[in-house]
Design a binder for this molecule. Structure first.
Ligand SMILES: N[C@@H](CCC(=O)N[C@@H](CS)C(=O)NCC(=O)O)C(=O)O
Length: 232
């Protein structure tokens, strides 16, 4: 590891945020956290939009990017792949193995993230409860748990060896009951979740807590927390 300056992680305590904190912990990469309180709209601030034009966490700045120059990256899948390539960890270089990791990483990004996100939205947040939308997203969530359960039949991790693909899928798949799923129906997923949850780096990545008062902070205070000082 020849990273001398920490990676700047723009983060909130959500599944997409935890993907990156877990990956950084697993790879043993130094990082500083900048909390982006999405509940108070910090993701729309111009400073953040410069590095994350889609106004969503996570994002990173690597001060020691390609050519020794800083690089900013948004989209959790792009971040995980970058970290895997840069630090040579959890992202195999053998092409067949890498394709398998990519398949499951993209499966998470294009399938699990949006579908589980809509599941939460229509079950928990939508003011009007729309049975069609709830059924559609719970059924599709159930199908995706089934796909994962089948993939994990006789396999320890989704691409055999533990990788950034597992790290992408894990934070979204735990607490299945919160999306109307009975995990007992999916014993391979249950076993896989327990194995990942037991990893010390995963526990550290999940343990990050924002400053208690961040949602109440004035704009000025929040700016300091978000952009001016080390928050971890
Ligand atoms: N595809 C994006 C999704 C990121 C995402 O949905 N982030 C949520 C939190 S988990 C967010 O920042 N939401 C704020 C907003 O939509 O305004 C990624 O994987 O990075």
């Amino acid at each position: 590891m020849n990273q001398t300056k920490p990676i700047e992680l723009y983060f909130w305590t959500t599944p997409n945020g935890f993907k990156v904190s877990i990956a950084l912990e697993e790879m043993g990469v130094p990082y500083d956290i900048h909390f982006i309180a999405i509940g108070r709209g910090d993701q729309f601030k111009p400073e953040f939009l410069k590095i994350a034009p889609n106004n969503k966490i996570p994002a990173i700045i690597d001060p020691e990017g390609p050519g020794g120059q800083p690089i900013s990256i948004f989209e959790s899948g792009a971040i995980l792949a970058y970290l895997g390539r840069k630090f040579g960890k959890l992202y195999p270089t053998d092409e067949r193995k890498r394709v398998a990791v990519d398949e499951w990483l993209f499966w998470q990004m294009a399938g699990v993230g949006p579908i589980f996100g809509n599941n939460h939205h229509f079950r928990n947040y939508a003011k009007e409860k729309i049975p069609y939308a709830i059924d559609r997203f719970v059924n599709e969530t159930h199908r995706l748990y089934g796909v994962l359960n089948k993939r994990l039949e006789g396999r320890e991790f989704v691409a055999d060896e533990y990788s950034i693909a597992d790290i992408a899928i894990f934070p979204w798949s735990r607490n299945a009951q919160n999306r109307g799923i009975d995990i007992e129906e999916f014993p391979n997923v249950k076993r896989w979740l327990a194995a990942i949850e037991a990893r010390p780096a995963v526990q550290k990545g999940l343990a990050i807590k924002p400053p208690l008062d961040i949602n109440l902070a004035t704009d000025d205070q929040a700016q300091k927390i978000l952009f001016g000082q080390r928050a971890s």
